[in-house]
Design a protein around this ligand. Structure first.
Ligand code: N01
Length: 554
């Protein structure tokens, strides 16, 4: 065990020694630091932002809020914290979630081990010493037995390669790198590129303020209403009185880890397992019920929506009918109806007044699939059919998801093997936790785990707890090195693919597959087997003496 090193916040770590280096101070990094401290280990966290919060630190765009419900999207590790913290809305806003992350950092005194405004550039395993050597862009160099990547699944923005974009003379903003100071759209001509979750949340809020908003849409997405509302204190009190049981349901559920957190209806599973045995009227009633209830759970209303094409078609038709009933201009409504992918195979968006926004006189939808963007000029956006003069251009163009943050670090494992090369054909891992050839390197919510298909807080806590138990196990047995076996990794990758292939996900052309990044291998990256079954697999691996992992002593 390494003695705690105290480096003043602005000084560089010069060959400082720790038990573990953690990369990232989002929800994963914060909880991990807290747990490692609890084991008496010395840990250093490097974080790119000026403060904690990860995705909620960076994504400050107008309208940003969580699409998971507040009482589920929160830490469960401290009963006091979960009782004390008061969420105000069913879906918390970005500022509220950031305040929560800041509160956790202060409450558990985490900041003193975090070095901010540091981007980790390299992490190399020193075979002889059995240590990771981690370097930052500010010249820090730290050595640690364990290196744990808490780098987030959606932390590297994707800036589109549109000709002339850097010459735009107005205000250019990227949704996921939004300025900290207020942005004023009043009276302006604003353009936004991108209609994924970020764009769909930002568009109604920007439209309410801008002089005119031009939405440059290449591919429409399915969106369901959030039906957000202030939380009823009596309902919250009743929920909190049984928090432990609720949390257990979130963790053990077959789906994405939101369990029973529904205000109405309170079913714990889908309303029906399959549409095959239902009349069209029954399907419609179920969907209407979930639609009116709001939220992403709509996609789970009928159990086989992501497995059976016919069910998927019914659900997609229902949403397309809603779009057409909401948007008054038929041509705009048509252009907003997704037809290129099965519903749910791209992350379903959750909105507040998105489709209604297109009924405003100051909003124009520009279909850039038909009328492609040719270039950005200093004064606006030029498409094949015309030019749009703009004062402000917003990019809501997504992320290099799941592998982007890891691939941007020069990670070298045993014998100098590069992660970049090991993952040329797509990410390969054992359980999404470790990679063959990279001893003592863990990834929190890495590719091959439920991660982005789940309630991230549930998955983060599960991975952190698993890693902490593993480190205790190593300590108890005198092991200093852990690495997955090749066979175990290959079998797991095969299983991840098999589960994905039984769904319609492969047809989504989504960032889940890396399809939004030119040249990125098309591999379905998250594990689609559900958080409960995944947890059982991880627990079984432990019960079998960490089956599939190889340990070594000093
Ligand atoms: O990114 P996206 P996002 N020209 O990749 C378009 C999470 N999240 O930031 O589909 C024109 O979904 C692109 O068009 P196309 C959530 O998991 C959560 O919105 O490639 N358009 C697409 O419309 C989510 O899924 C929350 O044709 C271009 C858009 O940009 C994930 O983050 C909130 C283009 C990118 O959509 C990513 O969402 C926000 C170009 N050159 C995000 N390049 C909540 O919790 C890209 N596009 C609520």
């Amino acid at each position: 065990m390494v003695e705690t090193v105290s480096t003043p916040a602005m000084e560089r770590d010069a060959d400082a020694r720790f038990d573990a280096v953690i990369v990232g101070a989002g929800f994963a990094g914060l909880y991990l630091l807290h747990r490692l401290r609890g084991m008496g280990l010395a840990a250093r966290v490097y974080e790119m932002g000026q403060s904690v919060g990860g995705t909620w630190y960076w994504n400050r765009y107008p309208g940003a809020r969580c699409d998971a419900e507040s009482l589920a999207y929160s830490y469960s590790f401290s009963a006091e914290l979960e009782q004390d913290w008061e969420w105000t809305e069913r879906y918390a806003t970005q500022p509220e979630i950031l305040r929560y992350a800041e509160h956790v950092a202060d409450r558990f005194d985490l900041r003193r081990d975090i070095r901010f405004e540091r981007r980790v550039t390299a992490a190399c395993f020193d075979d002889a010493a059995g240590e990771w050597v981690v370097e930052t862009d500010r010249g820090d160099r730290a050595r640690a037995r364990f290196c744990i990547m808490a780098t987030g699944c959606l932390s590297v923005p994707q800036r589109p390669a549109i000709e002339g974009i850097d010459d735009f003379a107005g205000n250019l903003y990227q949704a996921s790198r939004w300025p900290h100071e207020p942005v004023n759209f009043a009276g302006q001509r604003v353009g936004i590129i991108g209609t994924g979750s970020s764009g769909i949340q930002a568009i109604p809020v920007i439209a309410a303020e801008a002089g005119h908003l031009y939405v440059f849409q290449r591919t429409p997405n399915f969106s369901v209403p959030a039906c957000n509302a202030p939380l009823d204190p009596a309902w919250v009190a009743a929920f909190k009185a049984h928090y432990r049981e609720h949390r257990a349901l979130h963790r053990r559920g077959a789906g994405s880890g939101f369990g029973d957190l529904e205000i109405e209806p309170r079913e714990h599973g889908p309303a029906a397992e399959t549409a095959a045995e239902l009349s069209d009227a029954d399907v419609h009633d179920i969907l209407e019920n979930y639609w009116n209830h709001g939220g992403a759970r709509f996609i789970g209303a009928i159990g086989d929506t992501l497995m059976r094409r016919e069910t998927n078609q019914l659900v997609a038709d229902f949403v397309r009918a809603k779009i057409k009933a909401t948007v008054r201009d038929p041509a705009t409504a048509d252009a907003l109806c997704p037809i290129d992918h099965p519903i749910g195979t791209k992350r379903i968006c959750v909105d507040t007044g998105y489709y209604e926004t297109y009924n405003r006189d100051n909003v124009t939808l520009v279909d850039v699939a038909r009328n492609p963007i040719e270039r950005v000029t200093p004064t606006g956006v030029t498409t094949r059919d015309g030019h749009f003069e703009l004062d402000t251009l917003v990019l809501a163009t997504g992320f290099d998801a799941m592998t982007g943050a890891l691939q941007r670090i020069d990670i070298r494992g045993a014998g100098g093997a590069r992660l970049h090369e090991a993952w040329t054909a797509g990410p390969r891992s054992y359980l999404g936790l470790m990679v063959c050839g990279f001893p003592n390197l863990f990834t929190i919510t890495g590719p091959g785990s439920p991660s982005v298909l789940s309630n991230m807080l549930v998955s983060i806590e599960q991975h952190v707890d698993w890693i902490v138990d593993c480190l205790r196990y190593m300590d108890a047995h005198g092991w200093v090195r852990i690495e997955p076996e090749q066979q175990a990794q290959d079998t797991w990758v095969e299983h991840v693919n098999e589960v994905a292939n039984a769904t319609l996900f492969g047809e989504g052309g989504s960032w889940y597959l890396g399809a939004n990044i030119p040249g990125k291998p098309r591999v379905f990256m998250p594990y689609a087997g559900g958080v409960g079954p995944y947890r059982e697999i991880c627990d079984r691996v432990v019960a079998a003496g960490y089956e599939g992992f190889r340990f070594a002593g000093a």
